[in-house]
Design a protein around this ligand. Sequence first.
Ligand code: NAD
Length: 439
Amino acid sequence: MDTIKQALLNKLEKRTARIGVVGIGYVGLPLAVVFAQAGFDVVGIDPDAEKVACINQGESYILDVESADVKALVAAGKLTASTDYGALKDVDAVSICVPTPLRKTGDPDLSFIASASESLAPFLHPGMVVVLESSTYPGTTREMVLPALESVSGMTVCEDFFLAFSPERVDPGREDWTTINTPKVLGGITSDCGEIAAAWYEKALDTVVPVSTCEVAEMAKLLENTFRMINIGLVNELAIMCDRLDVDVWEVIDAAATKPFGFMKFTPGPGLGGHCIPIDPLYLSWKLRSLNYNARFIELASEINTNMPRYALGKIQDALNLHRKPLNGSRVLVLGVAYKPDIDDLRESPALDIIHLLQEKGADVVYHDPFIPQLNHDNLALVSVTDLLPEVRKADCVAIITNHSDYDYPTILASAQLVVDTRNALGQAGKVSPKVVRL
Ligand SMILES: NC(=O)c1ccc[n+]([C@@H]2O[C@H](COP(=O)([O-])OP(=O)(O)OC[C@H]3O[C@@H](n4cnc5c(N)ncnc54)[C@H](O)[C@@H]3O)[C@@H](O)[C@H]2O)c1
């Protein structure tokens, strides 16, 4: 084992190790680019032939990754992509970055991790290190990926190959904290596994935070996302309570946030979105249910957060009521459908639920989003309106669901008949305007 381990460490040290990234989406592509920029030869594996073709033509399809960077790396022969797992046969180090969504029943869908592990197994060879990056419940790397790799290859972890878990923390659209400078927690199946995986990641990332096991690393990711989800649930309930008390929730939160210690600011909204916060905590509660434990904080916050699109619908209905208009037949312009500002990601966006709910009530729904020109998702087929201000004037109600920063909010407010602001995008102007209803 020592020879295998040392040979791999030498290759990583000299950056002659070849890297594979399995799943080149929001997480995998930035990671592949960072490894290639650190001097490694990188191949991305993805069943999506369009993504593979884009990379090989030097084009990025992720906002946070510049096409110029991809082009330069492809031209230098440092980055390629393939739909064929066979491209991994000469690779020394593999990161797995495949999706971990929920099934329709709300249970974890681990089929992508299972299929990626099974597809990788025939190409596993002595002296290879594998790191799972997908967010998942504690135990997945040891209970699922490890047997899948060992059973097909006949090899043994830590004797022949090495396995670790390192959760991704990327926050799409963010420029101050990126794949390179966000500290990366990493834990191995054994301490040797952790040591080798850390030696690899340290070549490309500023800070690796080693932990004793992959379970600690898996749980750390779920703690981070559960912390956010529960705190968002808390401020969402605060918004509902403040509404009953006729107190301005936004002012309350800003006031509390002046405390220099012991408080962290979270803001309410029309519901949770994205691939992480609404989903990852449910991986944890699902796992705990299998151990006869009910994760009560998660269940409660999830219940509050899941109900927020319906709460936002109620606000739109109440606002129209002030103008003596029923929702049925009213034209509602949904402003912003991405799950958060200034990105093009629709996954789990509360806007989708809100549009469905509005349509069920008979509203004539149109939307505008500069980042999402078409919405073919979740049985919806809509095209973003192009000429914004005439649409704002025409709408019986403008519902601000995602507060993209490029919107000219004063002009939107001046032009609209009625606005429901679920994000406090209008700030003080929204508070004092008689035509604005706020969350
Ligand atoms: N997007 C984020 O902001 C974010 C942040 C932190 C963690 N994560 C986690 O990272 C993981 C990946 O998320 P993402 O946002 O990159 O998803 P994504 O959907 O953008 O990318 C996943 C990619 O994996 C590919 N894929 C699917 N099955 C595959 C297979 N069997 N083999 C190879 N490739 C396969 C898909 O085609 C897709 O291109 C998830 O577990 C997610 O929870 C995401």
